[in-house]
Design a protein around this ligand. Sequence first.
Ligand code: AMP
Length: 220
Amino acid sequence: MQTRPRVVLLGKQGAGKGTQAVRLADHYSIAHLSTGDLFRAQAKQGTAFGLEAKRYMDGGDLVPDEIVFGVIEECLAPGGQLSDGFVLDGFPRTRAQAEELERVLGDRPIDVVVHIDVPREVVVERLSARRVCVKNSGHIYSVAKPPSQGWVCDTCGGDVIQREDDTPEAINKRLDTYERDTRPIREFYASSGRPLVTIDGLGDTDEVFARICSAIDATL
Ligand code: AMP
């Protein structure tokens, strides 16, 4: 029997990682972990950890690695949410996180790293128009593609809003952080021998999804 894939999605904010991760999780019957969704859910519940993370998120800064590691180790532990196949969306975001992930996964490493490539000017436009479900169900809309019944999620009925860090100032700061801290992860994976595939992230979401699936299927 084929094992379920272990996939990392890389790409700028607004490249479509969240949208594609939800579809991939369904298609391959794998778990989906978005560290951003997880932090927002914790912040909404008002846990100490969530409120600490929110301080960084609202300003467009990365949450410190030590805080992120605690969460990830729990999810990746045997019997945890990510103990079989998974798609990671928004993690790793620094080289230290990528190294930690390799260490925690041990002898069942990532099968493929998919980089969704979209130019900066396109993601700035997408993020400014993006609207998300507050229930953190991962459902993403936009001003151009709103839900069918007002600003209420078609799938779970949650309110659909603009994220607090989707302001022009925070968007630019997050994209600068991506260039500085996250882009170098691609070189890390290339040099560590993990299959790394770059996908054109422009075009219809169905087309992009088909490109990603072909890349994943080719590695299984
Ligand atoms: P996202 O929903 O992936 O755009 O993440 C929203 C915010 O959560 C980011 O701007 C960071 O502040 C924080 N965040 C999410 N994932 C990570 C991570 N792996 N490392 C550090 N900060 C993160």
